[in-house]
Design a protein around this ligand. Structure first.
Ligand code: HMG
Ligand code: MG
Length: 297
């Protein structure tokens, strides 16, 4: 019952780099995006139009979007938390954006400085205006398997926020295990509740790997028919408003899993691993992923 094909949403340039302490040149980000596209990834989240006071690493958002070469067939979504972000994104011709909500009140306050309900009110015009411009909107729900501030998060709350975003016009809802605390059976229990509200073909999994459970959770989600997963080359990343959150599951680890199961991705693993080594060199450290450690550059 596994999907025959999986779409990977590469979030390294955004989720990965947003959490780096060191400054990263725009040119490095642009080259990273080009290399990821050359590896066969068809969706590459490129940057975030968030407040530079909150996330300084994404302050060059417009420059990144101006400088990347946009290849036909590849999507370059960006985060837009509010109208100010959307307007700036439209100015540089983005064709896909993402709004991001949480299933935990405490995390919503820390991450975007408002309640869940206020965030949804804020997203209504963002989604409407984006769609008027022919721009697709993806929705994120964070803390779906646990919150760094409030602990347990009920699956019913995840389902409610996911359904609200879906009903407002998001074409896909990405479910974020923001701090990587989930385990496989808990993942399946949560997905069963959420998939009763939003069809599985409109759900994506976004697993951080803090406790090393992301690959197991992806396998659990594949068993329920999920076929879209977010991942970050070399396991880059974390969330600046979730202490202890490590990077996303590494894209190369996900590709290795999927190819080993006979599931198509369109990604060239060797080329992706070379990119994992390249970006790790740029950041002055070794790759965080098992597959990049196993396969030389
Ligand atoms: P706020 O301070 O409540 O907003 O922040 P405000 O409207 O009062 O504005 C404050 C200042 O920010 C103003 O500037 C605005 O102009 C400016 P000032 O007048 O003081 O000079 N501003 C902006 N500037 C540029 N772009 C914008 C923008 N908006 C306001 N879009 C806000 C509210 C949402 C803006 C802020 O909290 C924010 O930017 N938060 C983003 C946090 C973030 O990026 N977190 C990481 C991404 S989410 C994530 O990683 C989770 C995910 O991966 C899934 C998962 O793992 O679970 C997606
Ligand atoms: Mg994330």
């Amino acid at each position: 019952n596994y999907p025959q094909k999986v779409r990977i949403v590469e979030v390294g340039p955004r989720d990965g780099l947003q959490n780096e302490k060191q400054a990263i040149d725009t040119a490095t980000k642009v080259e990273l995006i080009a290399r990821l596209g050359a590896s066969g990834l068809k969706t590459i989240e490129a940057t975030a139009f968030v407040s530079p006071k909150w996330v300084p690493q994404m302050a060059d958002n417009s420059e990144v979007m101006r400088q990347i070469e946009r290849i036909a067939g590849i999507h370059y979504p960006v985060l837009t938390p509010n109208m100010k972000g959307l307007e700036a994104a439209l100015e540089v011709g983005v064709t896909e954006v993402a709004v991001f909500a949480a299933a935990s009140e405490a995390f919503s306050q820390k991450n975007i400085n408002c309640s869940i309900e206020e965030s949804i009110e804020r997203f209504v015009p963002v989604i409407e205006t984006a769609r008027e411009h022919g721009v697709q909107v993806r929705g994120y729900v964070s803390t779906v398997l646990g919150c760094p501030y409030q602990g347990e998060v009920p699956p019913e709350k995840v389902a409610q926020v996911a359904q609200t975003l879906y009903d407002l016009g998001c074409y896909e809802i990405s479910l974020g295990d923001t701090i990587g605390v989930g385990t496989p059976l808990k993942t399946q229990a949560m997905l069963e509740v959420v998939a009763a509200a939003v069809p599985m073909e409109h759900l994506a999994g976004h697993f951080h790997n803090t406790y090393g459970m992301a690959i197991a959770n992806i396998f659990a989600a594949l068993q329920l028919g999920m076929s879209v997963f977010d991942a970050s080359v070399s396991g880059l990343g974390g969330c600046p408003y979730a202490q202890g959150a490590s990077g996303n599951v590494a894209t190369e680890d996900v590709v290795y899993l999927l190819h080993g199961m006979g599931i198509e991705t369109e990604v060239n693993l060797q080329s992706l691993v070379a990119t994992a080594h390249w970006i790790s060199d740029q950041l002055g450290r070794s790759p965080a992923s098992n597959v990049a450690k196993a396969i030389a550059a």
